[in-house]
Each structure stands twice: as structure tokens, then as C-alpha cells.
Design a protein around this ligand. Structure first.
Ligand code: C2E
Ligand code: CA
Ligand code: CA
Length: 261
């Protein structure tokens, strides 16, 4: 058991030493072809090995270190995007980056995103930012203004963990979103629990109504995939298609998948 104070100090040191890495999880279309990836932070801890966000993300959030972590993830993802965009075989791939409410709230958030893209030499159209409903607490108007500024450059937006938060149809209609992401808790239990099945179907119908694409996350089984497909889902993410992987392994998977030649 580690105290919060010592873990915080370790995270701070890890950030300084650049121990945080980015893993990439495939996102596939209806034909199973990889369209893009979600960037997920990992900590290559010198003693404890590879650590998932469950170990560090909450403390990073509450201590404010998420700002520095988020910036590092953003920079790594933009660099990778530029590498893919420089090659005709991988030019079509997008990268989704998770944005914490604290990051989004920064006064210079828009400039930071555009700055990272410019520095990497990446075309903004390949960058998808995953927002959460907790961001709306800052006030929907401010959120919309920042989203619109980024959209003018071509950046796209997905609403993560949809259905778990303060979901309001009023703001769903107003936000300039491109995609909503059905939370994995609904996908997991869609075949076990009638309520979760109903929520899943409703989110898919909602996407259709609002002209938003819908991606399902946490897809682990063929049965879940079939259920989602039957109800009109056309984008998927989950262990069934690939776990979060280091870039080298992901590149092999892209080749096997036929996503690149
Ligand atoms: P998330 O954004 O909802 O990411 C999806 C999580 O589900 C990831 O966990 C992923 O590994 C896991 N997952 C993917 N497919 C499946 C599946 O089929 N079954 C199951 N059971 N799980 C699956 P991970 O990588 O541990 O990340 C956890 C959370 O940490 C993320 O949840 C996100 O909220 C946060 N996070 C990760 N990286 C970042 C980051 O760079 N910035 C911020 N702000 N948050 C991050
Ligand atoms: Ca996410
Ligand atoms: Ca999620």
C-alpha cells in the first residue's frame, strides 16, 4: 500500500523521466477494417513494470499532474499521427486522445492542441478528442466555443462513456460532436440485462437521429458484436478486435488486418 503523497511524487518523477508511454487500441468499421486507434496512457515503471491508468489516473487528476501527463500523451499521439500521414498506406488512420475535464478547462487548451499538431506536422483531421460529460459542468457555452475553434481546424470530437454521466438530450443536440461512444458497461451487459440492451439500442437510435456516428467500446465477444450490428452499430472497439498495444505490435496487427499494405 502506497501513500498518496509518495505515489504523487513518483508520478511527478515519472513524468520528468518520460516513463509514460502510449498504447494504441484498434477501432474497426463494419467490415472489421482498422480505421483508427485510441491512445491510452501506460506507465513503464522502473521497478513495478508496465502500469495501467487504474493505478495513476485518479491521483494524476486530483493532483493536477494530469495536465502534464495529458500534454505528453497528446504530443506522442500527434507525432505518431504525422508519421502515419506521411505514408499513403496509413494516411487514413485516426488517433483518439482522451481529454480530462481539467485539461479542457485550461484557458489555452485550443492553442495547446493546435500547437502540438503543428509541432508534429500532423493534419488535424486525423485527431479525435474524446470528451466526457463531466466537462459540461464548466458550462456548455464555453465547451461549445472551444470545440468550434478546434473544429475549424478539422479536429473531430467523440463523447466518451456515453450514458453514464449527466446525459442530457439538450446538450447532445447543441454540442458540435461527430461521434458518441457507448460505454462499455452497457455493451458488456447488453446480452444479460434487458435495461442495458435497451440503453444500447437507444444510444444507437439517438446517434442516427442526431446524425452522429456511434462507436461501441468494450466489445469482447462475437455475440456482443452481432447484437450491436443488428441494431445499426458500424464502429467497434474492444478485445475482440485488439487490446491496447505498443506501436510496434500495433503496426504488425495493421498489416495482418489488411488496413495497411
Ligand atoms: P476509457 O477512455 O474508457 O478507455 C477504455 C478502457 O477500456 C481502457 O482501459 C481499455 O484498455 C479498456 N478496454 C478496451 N477494450 C476492452 C474490452 O474489450 N474489455 C474490457 N474489459 N476493457 C476494455 P485503460 O487503458 O486501463 O484506461 C482506463 C481509463 O483511463 C480510460 O478509460 C481513460 O478514462 C483513462 N485514460 C487512459 N489514458 C488516458 C489519457 O491519456 N488521458 C486521460 N485523461 N485519461 C486516460
Ligand atoms: Ca476513452
Ligand atoms: Ca470509455
Amino acid at each position: 500500500v502506497e501513500s498518496r503523497a509518495s505515489l504523487e511524487k513518483e508520478i511527478r518523477g515519472g513524468l520528468k523521466r518520460r516513463e509514460f508511454l502510449v498504447y494504441y487500441q484498434p477501432q474497426v468499421d463494419g467490415d472489421g477494417r482498422i480505421q483508427g486507434v485510441e491512445a491510452l496512457a501506460r506507465w513503464q515503471h522502473p521497478q513495478r513494470g508496465l502500469l495501467a491508468p487504474g493505478v495513476f489516473i485518479d491521483l494524476a487528476e486530483s493532483s493536477g499532474l494530469i495536465l502534464s501527463l495529458g500534454q505528453q500523451v497528446l504530443e506522442i499521439a500527434c507525432d505518431q499521427l504525422a508519421v502515419w500521414q506521411a505514408d499513403a498506406a496509413t494516411r487514413h488512420l485516426s488517433i483518439s486522445v482522451n481529454v480530462s475535464a481539467r485539461q479542457f478547462r485550461q484557458a489555452d487548451f485550443v492553442e495547446r492542441i493546435i500547437g502540438a499538431l503543428k509541432h508534429a506536422g500532423a493534419n488535424p483531421v486525423g485527431l479525435k478528442l474524446e470528451l466526457t460529460e463531466s466537462m459540461m459542468l464548466e458550462g456548455v457555452d464555453g465547451v461549445i466555443a472551444k470545440m468550434q475553434a478546434l473544429k475549424q481546424h478539422g479536429v473531430v470530437f467523440s463523447l466518451d462513456d456515453f450514458g453514464t454521466g449527466y446525459s442530457s438530450l439538450a446538450y447532445l443536440k447543441r454540442l458540435p460532436l461527430d461521434q458518441i461512444k457507448i460505454d462499455q458497461s452497457f455493451v458488456r451487459d447488453a446480452l444479460l440485462d434487458n435495461n442495458d440492451a435497451t440503453i444500447t439500442r437507444t444510444v444507437l437510435a439517438l446517434g442516427e437521429t442526431f446524425g452522429l456516428s456511434v462507436i461501441a467500446e468494450g466489445v469482447e465477444t462475437v455475440a456482443q458484436h452481432q447484437f450491436l450490428e443488428q441494431h445499426g452499430c458500424k464502429a467497434f472497439q474492444g478485445y475482440l478486435f485488439g487490446k491496447p498495444l505498443p506501436i510496434e505490435t500495433l503496426t504488425e496487427l495493421l498489416r495482418d488486418n489488411g488496413a495497411i499494405s
